[in-house]
Design a protein around this ligand. Structure first.
Ligand SMILES: [Zn+2]
Length: 433
């Protein structure tokens, strides 16, 4: 943790906030970011017939592993994802609006701002979803959309709640864009704010997503219920911005698909670089297998559920490659379990320095930003195997290799890595009492 910029950037990165009723918002308005992240919010009703995740098909052998969202958790790891979020499979149309202000006029062309995020974001989703999410970015307005108020007047700061600043901003965006945009044609909205509005991302990350928010202002009959805002540039000065700076957007869009933040107030120490909802600066990374199942990118046939006492063996293929068995899950309760998957340097996972079997605990009763996922480190206090900037080093060598065994004393669960198949796949033996 020498690089304080990294800590700020990572830990400070774009918490989503999903506001609920006005009363709730008034209550949380004066509180801190931590309080905001745990404020309870009533789930809004489904907004559109097409909304909602697709991974709800049932297979009774997986039932014990389909640990559900716990009551009172704002944004949970549970399966299935509640309705109100954007559908995460098939064709999804993203409306991109580039906005600027009189006190922060957009430098250069608005199309260049769009070009910082596309086509990389669409490609990232195509790769991570094995082609199941066809993300179509559209920008019907080619120029900067000038807001009627100066940026300073909206009161946008880190952790700012939806009311009143964001509601005013969204209302103004609708008013200015509506004559030329049919908002009902889109599944989600990206507001790409001019990079000179607000502080540098090195100081404070303002990027934020309001998802599942059925009380957002309406346009063309639909509320802007799943909207990501991206500010500044996540440029760490390492020279990689042109290749990796877009990654804030797939992170923010992860929230519109219902994924919680995996970093905590302490940074990325519970998941490290194994999921873009944990770290979205620096080298590219993928999503956890749990997230891919939650999003409908893994079939039920690609998941096995080790619910019964005794031993079972599982052959797992690398998460980054399409097809094959990807995820074994060991349920511990109705709210928690261990996930087992294979991570290699391929696909979106460019920073993997120790391929192997990644094991992590998922807890659906732990809220976004509070550590709902915890990766088990096979080599604690090793310092890790990567020195890439903005990658949590300690957990970079977390995967278990052949001959190594994960043991959880409390539950009596163990996972032994029996060997590899020479093709990147691993065989594991799960034992539980
Ligand atoms: Zn976030």
């Amino acid at each position: 943790m020498k690089d304080t910029r990294r800590i700020r950037g990572t830990a400070g990165h774009g918490r989503h906030a999903r506001p609920g009723r006005l009363g709730t918002l008034a209550a949380i308005g004066a509180l801190t970011l931590a309080a905001l992240a745990t404020a309870s919010a009533t789930l809004p009703l489904p907004i559109r017939a097409s909304a909602g995740p697709a991974s709800t098909a049932h297979d009774s052998t997986l039932t014990p592993c389909r640990i559900a969202p716990a009551a009172g958790v704002q944004m949970s790891e549970g399966v299935p994802t509640p309705t109100g979020y954007t559908r995460s499979t098939g064709t999804v149309r993203a409306l991109n609006l580039m906005v600027d202000f009189s006190d922060a006029p957009g430098p250069g062309r608005a199309a260049d701002r769009l070009g910082e995020f596309f086509p990389q974001t669409s490609q990232w989703f195509r790769t991570s979803s094995y082609g199941r999410l066809d993300y179509r970015p559209e920008a019907p307005l080619k120029d900067w959309l000038r807001m009627p108020l100066p940026f300073a007047d909206y009161g946008i700061e880190r952790g700012a709640p939806y009311e009143p600043g964001y509601r005013r901003l969204v209302q103004d965006i609708v008013t200015v864009a509506d004559p030329q945009v049919d908002f009902s044609e889109y599944d989600l909205v990206n507001i790409l704010v001019t990079p000179n509005a607000g502080p540098s991302a090195l100081d404070t990350v303002l990027s934020v997503t309001f998802s599942g928010n059925g009380e957002a202002p309406k346009a063309d009959g639909v509320p802007l219920s799943n909207t990501s805002f991206v500010y500044s540039r996540q440029d760490d000065g390492s020279g990689s911005y042109s290749r990796t700076g877009y990654r804030v957007l797939p992170h923010e869009n992860g929230h519109v698909f219902g994924l919680p933040d995996l970093y905590t107030m302490d940074g990325g120490g519970t998941v490290g670089h194994w999921d873009i909802m944990s770290e979205d600066w620096g080298a590219n990374n993928d999503l956890l297998g749990w997230h891919k199942w939650k999003l409908g990118w893994l079939d039920n046939a690609q998941v096995s559920c080790a619910a019964a006492p005794g031993e079972s063996e599982h052959d797992l293929t690398p998460l980054a490659t399409e097809g094959g068995h990807k995820l074994a899950f060991v349920p511990l309760s109705e709210e928690s379990g261990f996930a087992v998957e294979v991570r290699t340097r391929a696909g979106n996972d460019e920073a993997v320095c120790k391929p192997g079997v990644l094991i992590y605990r998922v807890e659906t009763d732990v809220d976004t930003g509070r550590g709902p996922v915890t990766v088990s480190d096979s080599e604690e206090r090793s310092g890790g195997c990567t020195r890439r900037p903005n990658v949590h080093a300690e957990l970079s060598d977390a995967p278990y290799g052949p001959g190594e065994t994960f043991r959880d004393r409390e539950s009596g669960v163990s996972v032994a890595v029996l060997g590899t198949d020479g093709d990147g796949g691993y065989r594991v033996r799960i034992s539980r009492s």
